[in-house]
Design a binder for this molecule. Structure first.
Ligand SMILES: Cc1cc2nc3c(=O)[nH]c(=O)nc-3n(C[C@H](O)[C@H](O)[C@H](O)COP(=O)(O)OP(=O)(O)OC[C@H]3O[C@@H](n4cnc5c(N)ncnc54)[C@H](O)[C@@H]3O)c2cc1C
Length: 132
């Protein structure tokens, strides 16, 4: 599996995402959510005879409950690079915060059920493979 395009290295008509794939990312639903539009975009490009250009940076998110009322929202990519979704003043992902608890407990469930699982996505835009 190419960890950037999420395409099989030998069998190029195979693409992968989610817990089942072998990229060295944290296996989370947050990662699968990030990977889905990347695979979709690359698959369509391939079917149209174009070079797949959407890339995955290893993003994953682990809400670590460290005490009642506080969570560390760890968001990181390949190599442990921090990839925060929010500015630090709103939610510091390196510390236990009440904001992360509220996000996980009250905000994310309706996002999962009413948006994500219905295919609605407005925060994630696949990055393009940088020319090297
Ligand atoms: C306790 C726990 C807490 C978690 N908390 C979080 C969290 O807070 N945030 C987060 O982002 N992630 C969290 N995760 C991780 C998240 O649940 C997974 O990363 C995510 O569900 C992976 O999605 P998936 O679709 O790749 O795989 P799965 O959700 O595992 O889906 C695979 C599906 O395939 C089915 N299946 C298996 N074999 C076959 C077969 N032969 N034929 C047909 N169907 C088959 C399975 O029954 C399953 O329904 C948590 C995981 C656990 C266990």
């Amino acid at each position: 599996m190419d960890h950037i395009t999420l395409r099989h290295k030998t069998y190029t008509n195979i693409w992968s995402l989610g817990d089942v794939m072998n990229a060295p990312n944290a296996k989370t639903a947050a990662a699968a959510r990030m990977q889905a539009p990347i695979v979709a975009e690359n698959l369509v490009a391939d079917l149209e005879g174009k070079t797949p250009s959407a890339q995955y940076n290893g993003y994953g998110s682990c809400p670590l409950t460290v005490e009642r009322g506080k969570i560390v929202l760890a968001e990181f990519g390949y190599g442990g690079t921090l990839l925060p979704s929010f500015p630090t003043w709103l939610l510091d992902g390196t510390k236990p915060t009440r904001a992360a608890w509220i996000l996980k407990e009250q905000i994310l469930p309706p996002v999962y059920w009413w948006a994500m699982l219905r295919g609605k996505e407005w925060m994630i835009k696949p990055e393009k493979v940088s020319a090297s």
